[in-house]
Ligand binder design. Structure first.
Ligand code: ZN
Length: 227
């Protein structure tokens, strides 16, 4: 039965050991306590959560123990029973699983991190643990989509033209396609990458959105772990 308090992304993975989910806006937001609670609802251990302090960097870290991490926006592990967590409110939560080598990665991919190379860095960290991009299943969770991700002209040069659309004098970027492109360039099969297709700004009933709600916006928490 589907719990209305979170979106269960586990079924997007071909491996039944993967548990992945993201909270919806009516899930209690009591950071960091909602992370163990979401882990529990997904059947993952609640006392083994990794909590990065995200600062829109391109930094990805290989983690081996639960607990808090300073200034890192992507985490990767091959340790048993470790639960990765991040928070998002328009940025793209990227869930990565290498089923052959039992490696997982969870990335907070905002536009700054993406143009600064966080996708390339996450691929590198997964490979450092013995992962092979050709084996990966990647899920892009709910985020701001091309319908709503408007940017100012002062940063348009930071994006390749193929991901930029101009509409009535305004500029929009397809950040999810840019992320998919970067993974494909790194050797991930395009058929191995799935987007849930949800736009956080459009789906006001379900998700928080910084672009829609501004400074008072809440956050969604995403977790990823292996049984
Ligand atoms: Zn939208």
């Amino acid at each position: 039965m589907d719990n209305p308090g979170f979106f269960d992304c586990s079924s997007f993975f071909e491996d039944e050991n993967v548990r992945a989910g993201i909270t919806k806006r009516h899930f209690p937001y009591i950071s960091p306590d909602d992370r163990p609670e979401l882990a529990r609802l997904l059947g993952l251990p609640t006392e083994r959560v990794v909590i990065p302090r995200q600062t829109h960097t391109n930094r990805v870290e290989i983690v081996r123990i639960p607990g808090r991490l300073p200034s890192v926006d992507g985490i990767v592990t091959n340790r048993e029973r470790l639960v990765l967590s991040i928070q998002v409110a328009d940025c793209v939560p990227v869930f990565i699983h290498d089923s052959t080598n039992r490696i997982i990665g969870l990335i907070h991919a905002g536009w700054r991190g993406v143009v600064d190379g966080i996708i390339r860095n996450s691929v590198r960290s997964m490979e450092e643990l013995g992962g092979d991009p050709a084996d990966w299943r990647i899920v892009l969770g709910p985020s701001i989509q091309k319908c709503c991700f408007q940017i100012g002209r002062e940063i348009v040069d930071r994006f390749e033209a193929q991901f930029v659309r101009r509409k009535e004098g305004e500029i929009f970027v397809d950040l999810q396609q840019l992320i998919i492109r970067q993974f494909v360039v790194a050797g991930v099969r395009e058929t191995g990458i799935i987007s849930t297709g949800q736009c956080t700004k459009c789906l006001a009933q379900d998700y928080h959105s910084y672009r829609r709600d501004g400074k008072q916006a809440g956050r969604m928490v995403a977790v990823l772990g292996l049984l």
